[in-house]
Design a protein around this ligand. Structure first.
Ligand code: 3LM
Length: 390
């Protein structure tokens, strides 16, 4: 199985030995019969293979972990109940008081908020390296570098191979949040990044019906995150949700192709619209990192399009968003349905107005998650919503 499209269908899937079921069954059991005290003791000591309790591991969840490890080219993966549970487990599992985490953003508002509140409460300092550059922000205390493969909501890129090389030379761990790109567009581990994480709630699930997260990388690192995140934090994914992700991922490459084609058409339309001041889409030649995007993203430039209105006011954004009929006004992204949101008042309302300004998140900014509907219908919806501002 060399092609991602094939692996998305088959990886992690084995016909059920008892029933022959092709689809991985939902193993809805909190505990597992280990039979004898001796076998139970061996499983708990890590000396024998076997399930014991679904907080530590579950067959449906394990199938999903195997699929994601395969797609990201990792030795191992561990799944969680949300992307945020991954982030907190990475901090609590791999860092200690006195350590620093340098991030290249701007990041999803919830991630930056978590670094600043949970991280700093436990003595972990978060350093924003976005504007000063990573090299200038690394200190002897830096233990982790965090980067989004396409930033939320500005859709900027960082050169992942460069970030990995810089950190590796100093023995610093690197984590890439690949939520916006998915392994269809970029595989950070192949570029030297140590750990890749996702909010599976988005493209991996793809249907807006489940929350989950996953992190993949070297077995020893993943084991440490598993021990803290599942054993101590209890952030495990439920088997029902794991089933939805297993099903969603089978069509991920097909969906991503449709998202990318739709987003490219929407971005072109918006770029030519008189009511629009700027369009942020890495596939446009006007994107400041278009060359890096061509190098780092494969097979498309993603399904997200962020744009700014000429009238840079919340009222103008409200006028457009409230007039949309096909796009649903909601946070989240990566669903087959198209979604639209106002980052300043929603996804990034947790960060200070100063941080929003520094990140370029203006009041007239609108973020679109382009679904798999026909692009002509999406463009017609945007055209009617923007028309009063033209
Ligand atoms: C959003 N983002 O609408 P969960 N990493 C990235 C993300 O975009 C997100 C997470 C991690 C959005 C969610 S905002 C209230 C809704 C790049 C989430 C966190 O814990 O699964 O939501 O993942 O941008």
């Amino acid at each position: 199985m060399t092609h991602l499209r094939t692996r998305a269908v088959h990886a992690g899937q084995h016909p059920d030995p008892v029933t022959g079921a092709i689809t991985t069954p939902i193993t809805q059991s909190s505990a597992f019969n280990y039979g004898t005290l001796e076998r139970g003791a061996a499983i708990f000591a890590g000396e024998a293979e076997g399930y014991r309790y679904s907080r530590f591991g579950n067959p449906t969840v394990a199938a999903l972990e195997a699929k994601m490890a395969d797609l990201e080219g990792a030795q191992a993966a561990v799944a969680f109940g949300s992307g945020t549970a991954v982030t907190s487990s990475l901090l609590l599992g791999l860092l200690k008081p006195g350590d620093e985490i340098a991030f290249l953003g701007p990041l999803y508002g919830g991630t930056e908020g978590l670094f600043r509140s949970l991280g700093e409460r436990f003595g972990i300092k978060a350093v924003d390296a976005t504007h000063s550059g990573l090299a200038a922000c690394l200190t002897p205390a830096t233990r982790m570098v965090w980067v989004e493969t396409l930033t939320n909501p500005g859709l900027r890129l960082h050169d992942l191979a460069e970030v990995a090389a810089l950190a590796q030379a100093r023995g610093i761990l690197t984590v890439a949040d690949n939520t916006f790109c998915t392994p269809c567009l970029t595989r950070p581990l192949e570029l030297g990044i140590d750990l890749v994480m996702h909010s599976m709630t988005k493209y991996l699930g793809g249907h807006g019906d489940a929350t989950g997260g996953v992190v993949a990388g070297a077995a020893a690192l993943v084991a440490a995150v598993r021990k803290t995140g599942l054993g101590h934090v209890g952030g495990n994914l439920s088997p029902q949700e794991a089933f939805l992700f297993l099903r969603g991922i089978k069509t991920l490459p097909l969906r991503m192709a449709a998202h990318c084609a739709g987003a490219a058409a929407v971005a072109e339309f918006l770029a030519a619209h008189p009511a629009v001041r700027a369009v942020h889409y890495p596939g446009l030649t006007s994107h400041p990192q278009h060359a890096l995007a061509q190098r780092q993203l494969q097979g498309g430039f993603g399904g997200m399009v962020t744009f700014e209105l000429l009238r840079n006011e919340r009222a103008a954004a409200a006028q457009v968003l409230n007039a949309l009929q096909l796009f649903t006004q909601a946070v989240s992204l990566g669903d087959v349905d198209s979604l639209a949101c106002h980052p300043a008042s929603t996804t990034h309302s947790f960060v200070s107005p100063e941080a929003r300004a520094a990140a370029g998140i203006s009041e007239g900014m609108i973020r679109l998650s382009v679904g798999i509907e026909h692009p002509d219908d999406l463009i017609a919806d945007l055209a009617q919503a923007l028309q009063p501002l033209a």
